[in-house]
Design a protein around this ligand. Structure first.
Ligand SMILES: *Cc1c(COP(=O)(O)O)cnc(C)c1O
Length: 226
């Protein structure tokens, strides 16, 4: 077994253990492998190991890799902060956008629709007190979700959050869960909770995460940004 295969299978058993400890079925949890800064070749290796969900946080890297890898059964998740002028490029390459945090971005993604399927989107919630971080405030989440529901080419799937560095992840994820419950009240299909990274995915699973974004624990350390 390669190191990559060993790390992937170790993380998958930890995911299963955390799910069972929380009384959940691990089959309802999607493990996204975040491959940012790694070459496209790594995505191919992951695909050969059965990975189908890939996460990227920069538009240019997403677009270049999706084009280079060109495997039809991969789902590309855009998880980074998005500029509105990159919305069309993001929409072309991504199957899911986790980081919709303002009306303007939602509108730009909607305008970029090309008549194909609706784009799955999540409302990114800022779980920190720092307004400069990505995400809408928990108090502003429902208004943004309502707006997304009015845009025909976007399909609201739920919420996404990153735990702050200066707070126990469990309490941050409980807050995200609260926002998720309110948004599910607006649309019963908006059930996804994208939360949990290398350092906190067990806590995220305990709080109800449906989509984990795991990078370095599976890929190994990220190469320098260059
Ligand atoms: C990089 C990144 C991850 C994965 O981080 P790891 O700690 O390597 O697992 C998850 N979510 C977002 C938004 C990221 O940018």
């Amino acid at each position: 077994m390669t190191d990559l295969a060993a790390r992937l299978s170790a993380i998958d058993s930890q995911i299963a253990d955390a799910a069972h400890a929380a009384g959940r079925d691990d089959a309802e949890i999607t493990r996204i492998v975040v491959t940012k800064f790694h070459p496209a070749e790594l995505v191919r290796q992951l695909h050969a190991l059965g990975v189908r969900d890939i996460g990227e946080n920069r538009q240019q890297e997403l677009s270049a890799k999706a084009e280079e890898v060109a495997l039809a059964d991969l789902r590309w998740h855009f998880i980074g902060q998005a500029q509105t002028n990159k919305a069309a490029s993001i929409r072309r390459s991504a199957d899911v956008v986790h980081s919709v945090d303002r009306v303007k971005l939602a509108n730009s993604l909607d305008r970029a629709a090309d008549g194909g399927d609706a784009l799955d989107v999540l409302v990114q919630i800022n779980l920190t007190d720092d307004a400069g971080r990505g995400g809408v405030t928990p108090a502003g989440a429902e208004a943004l979700a309502e707006h997304i529901l009015s845009l025909p080419s976007l399909r609201l799937r739920g919420v996404m959050g990153v735990a702050p560095l200066d707070e126990a992840p469990a309490s941050a994820f409980a807050r995200l869960r609260g926002v998720s419950d309110r948004i599910r009240g607006l649309d019963a299909e908006a059930t996804w909770i994208s939360a949990g990274m290398t350092g906190d995915f067990a806590e995220a699973i305990a709080a109800g995460a449906t989509h984990l974004r795991i990078g370095s624990a599976i890929t190994g350390p990220r190469p320098d940004r260059g």
